[in-house]
Design a binder for this molecule. Sequence first.
Ligand code: PLP
Length: 395
Amino acid sequence: MTKVNKNFENLVPSYLFAEIAKRVNDFAKANPDKKVIRLGIGDVTLPLAPVVVEAMKKGCDELGVKETFKGYPDYEGYGFLREAISGYYKSFGAEVSADEILVNDGAKSDAGNIGDIFSEDNVVLVTDPVYPVYVDSNIMAGRKILYADGTEENGFCAMPDSSVKADIIYLCSPNNPTGACYTKEQLKAWVDYANANNALIIYDAAYEAFITEDNIPRSIMQIEGAKTCAIEMCSLSKTAGFTGTRCGYTVIPKELELDGTNIYKLWYRRLSTKFNGVSYPVQCAAAAVFTEEGQKQIKENIAYYQENAKIIAKTMDELGIKYTGGVNSPYIWLKCPDNMGSWEFFDYLLNNIYVVGTPGEGFGKNGAGWFRLTSFGDRENTIEAMERLKGLMKK
Ligand code: PLP
């Protein structure tokens, strides 16, 4: 008899985005004359940079010619892309060699699958609020999960507690959903905790390209001691608009050994069994991101979103609404005014000013009473949404 993985029964049904869509659709149907502005999405809206599109086309052309045709790519990604990524790390002072980089189809796959190589009896620690993939993938595997609280008091930067024993720790900085970022000193405390406990940090740097401040590390590999306790996941989704194109990368230091086992080798064994690589044209497109011209072009797009974030943050300042994020992150995480609950605030904005955000409680218990706005929309709509919000709050 076939038996299913009963751990799936322990997943909390994820109603968040379905419920948002339902409420927005109901509102739009009942109010066809109202222009709804969506600031809830975590997807980008600007097109790929021209240099990226050109590189992808060139890659396609090569596949159409016998002499340059390519079949299966290397499991870990082509050397030309891994060298380019290694050079990128060097540009901000992190030593990551090309043979420590594994190219993938986006950070979600590795974030969700990395647990394959770890025993089920590891204790997992996540910070709350949390990107749900870390939690759900570990529930599916039947692991015990502990939560480190991100709160208003600690600026949503939960810190290690030496009395808590965790084996696998997920950190995300700049954080989704809170936009909060760990400083180098704070990350060092996590690295020290992990090394002292023979624990692993899985560091999600998907939003590193949005960092503007010097003391905020772009990579955990900038922190002394990280190479003996951390792996890093990064993505071109938000960096270069690859949400639909799909490309990311994972860094596993060659010297990382846990439980007497080399982690790069173990992950490579898993990868080569279950994954056949990222397509050549996409890897060509990804490599173009790391060229001088590519960096210039993608930074123009990032600057556009950063300006949107500034507009939202400035509005919060004007209205005296507390928030984190916005400076080094595309997300603004705000405290719902007048002690409103996050769904209450959602309905309040939708019904009064037709603006859509994301209720914080969808990201964990510490998200209750908080709300996420994103800067991935277009400028005109972002400005209009903030004008409407000012009008509403000043009433
Ligand atoms: N990590 C975080 C924190 C994210 O917010 C996202 C996407 O929203 C991802 C990873 C996944 O990104 P990708 O598109 O590379 O799978």
